[in-house]
Design a protein around this ligand. Structure first.
Ligand SMILES: [Zn+2]
Length: 322
């Protein structure tokens, strides 16, 4: 029946066929129980799933998404879930595999209808050349490329498309509604992105340093200039020697803004600020990082507000008062 000589492909196709045939879809009147690794994915899932879904995000918006404690209560959530959505790449490598294993829910395992890898088809930045295993052994935590892609609203539309596909597999009866929601979401994202880009246009190219390399997608979309990081490599805390070189380079390049997150060392950030005069700007890495960030749209409104406030505070003069 499957006319291909490519064995791995043949088996992959077979797995897909079997998962489609044997997966019981969620009845039209029943809500799809979605569990996500990050609150951003839950936020997008709520936009696309609307009244047909309930969502639970394992990581909280104020936590470091690389390091989450895989508590047994999360396994119970996953056990009862109809769908699981994760960022993928190596972002959740330390905590999602043990949770999925503990949950023993075949409906949401990779390859099943209820599993969504949000990174499918996302154009990635900073894909390293080296062997991932070797990079991992060296302590790097971005071994397949930068995993913080949800911080670009336009890539958010691709995430939404992946979630839409998953919802249609799990509850095909409501495909039209999901499709409508997807279309509304795409329009809202386009409008929001254009609005926020216009707000930041006057600060195009302003040099910024960040604690951890979470911001290349956000930077690419909103055109400031992310020139360096406090961490020498993602996940590796700075040595005193590295800090000295960061401070020197910040002074040389007159960098006046530093992006931080609540879960990184405030002591280190404050020390650098004191030595360089840079303004610290605490951005939100995820939905829920602050109580007012309730939706995926709020995340970008909040961060652009904060960034502009920081630019003003640092005395950076807007370029185009045209
Ligand atoms: Zn990271």
């Amino acid at each position: 029946m499957l006319k291909t000589k490519n064995k791995p492909l043949k088996y992959a196709l077979l797995v897909i066929v079997l998962s489609v045939v044997f997966t019981k879809s969620v009845a039209a009147g029943e809500k799809i129980k979605i569990v996500t690794s990050l609150p951003d994915l839950a936020g997008i899932a709520r936009e696309i799933g609307g009244k047909y879904v309930t969502t639970f995000a394992i990581a909280k918006g104020y936590q470091d998404p690389h390091f989450v404690d895989p508590k047994p209560s999360y396994m119970i959530r996953l056990q009862k879930a109809d769908m699981f959505i994760q960022v993928g790449l190596d972002l959740e490598i330390g905590w999602v595999p043990p949770l999925l294993e503990g949950a023993r829910n075949s409906k949401i395992l990779p390859g099943a209808a209820g599993y969504v890898d949000a990174s499918a088809g996302i154009p990635l930045l900073e894909v390293p050349q080296g062997d991932p295993a070797k990079l991992r052994a060296e302590g790097d935590i971005h071994i397949y490329g930068n995993p913080h892609y949800w911080l670009d609203p336009l890539r958010g539309k691709l995430i939404a498309e992946n979630i839409y596909q998953g919802l249609c597999r799990v509850q095909p009866q409501n495909k039209t509604q999901f499709e409508n929601n997807l279309s509304v979401f795409r329009n809202k994202i386009d409008e929001l992105t254009a609005k926020l880009q216009a707000r930041l246009e006057a600060y195009r190219g302003v040099k910024v340093i960040a604690f951890h390399n979470s911001w290349p997608y956000f930077d690419e979309r909103f055109h400031f200039d992310l020139v360096g990081f406090i961490e020498p490599k993602p996940g590796i805390p700075p040595t005193p020697k590295h800090l000295v070189s960061v401070i020197k380079s910040m002074k040389q390049q007159a960098i006046r803004l530093m992006i931080i997150s609540p879960y990184f060392s405030k002591k280190t950030s404050r020390l650098i600020a004191a030595k360089t005069g840079a303004v610290l700007v605490e951005l939100a890495g995820s939905v829920g990082a602050q109580p007012e960030i309730k939706t995926y749209f709020d995340l970008f409104e909040f961060n652009i507000d904060k960034l502009i406030q920081g630019m003003e505070q640092a005395g950076i003069v807007p370029q185009n008062a045209k």
